[in-house]
Design a protein around this ligand. Structure first.
Ligand code: PEP
Length: 244
């Protein structure tokens, strides 16, 4: 069985005091059981705090976005090289909030994934359909289109990403895909990955995952863990999900 990876996406939440308590709970509470890994993705200003609080623990960490560019006149952006310089392992790219609120298109997401890999980071590439797309029967074509853009850009490096299926209608809504719905999309994504020689890429599910529903999702054969938003802000709840 593949390792189950559980990644927390704090989004734009936190503060020095809150973070210290949460990170202490994670570093002290995570006993790194076999076959389970966890990571947290925090806002940029707190990454140095995260790095120091998690030093010596088995909890990895990452950023929530990364620039597609290596350096230069890109005000407000953070490059993969900057993140790598101080120990960052992951960068989320193509989160639906970036796609929807910042107009990120498939090509930009692919370029970000490539930039992350070039600096030695693992991009966590998010794909997922809106409710309108699901209702129109377009789920498969949307997620395959989103994945194909990344596959085309990365070529033989596709096997170095983590993929997250996050139906947009399930993010922060309290409505989650059923295990069977998630498994169906994950199987489609796995087949596409396998066709590109990247069968072993971890495919995470994200969208209103909580300790109460994680075990059923994690039991699905093509669900390799979760990308957790709201519930990752509570260290106990997040650790319970990681052990589901
Ligand atoms: C997310 O932000 O990636 C996410 C899955 O959020 P939530 O768990 O809150 O739905």
């Amino acid at each position: 069985m593949r390792t189950k990876l559980t990644v927390g996406n704090w989004k734009m939440n936190g503060g020095l005091a809150d973070n210290a308590a949460r990170l202490g709970g994670l570093a002290g509470g995570w006993k790194a059981p076999a076959g389970r890994e966890i990571a947290v993705c925090a806002p940029f200003p707190y990454l140095a705090q995260v790095q120091s609080a998690l030093a010596g623990s088995a909890v990895a960490w990452g950023a929530q976005d990364v620039s597609a560019h290596a350096s230069g006149a890109y005000t407000g952006e953070v490059s993969a090289g900057m993140l790598a310089e101080f120990g960052c392992r992951y960068a989320i790219v193509g989160h639906s909030e970036r796609r929807q609120l910042h107009g990120e298109r498939d090509g930009t997401v692919a370029a970000k994934a490539k930039a992350a890999l070039s600096a030695g980071l693992t991009p966590i590439v998010c794909v997922g359909e809106t409710l309108a797309e699901r209702d129109a029967g377009a789920t498969e074509s949307v997620v395959i289109r989103q994945l194909a853009a990344v596959a085309d850009a990365l070529g033989g490096d596709l096997g170095r990403i983590v993929l997250a299926y996050e139906p947009v209608w399930a993010i922060g809504t309290g409505r989650t895909a059923s295990p069977a719905e998630a498994q169906a999309v994950h199987a489609t994504l796995r087949a596409r990955l396998a066709g590109a020689g990247a069968r072993d890429v971890a495919v995470l599910y994200g969208g209103s995952v909580k300790a109460a529903n994680a075990a059923a999702l994690y039991a699905m054969p093509d669900v390799d863990g979760g990308l957790i938003g709201g519930a990752s802000l509570d260290a106990k709840e997040f650790l319970a999900i990681a052990l589901a």
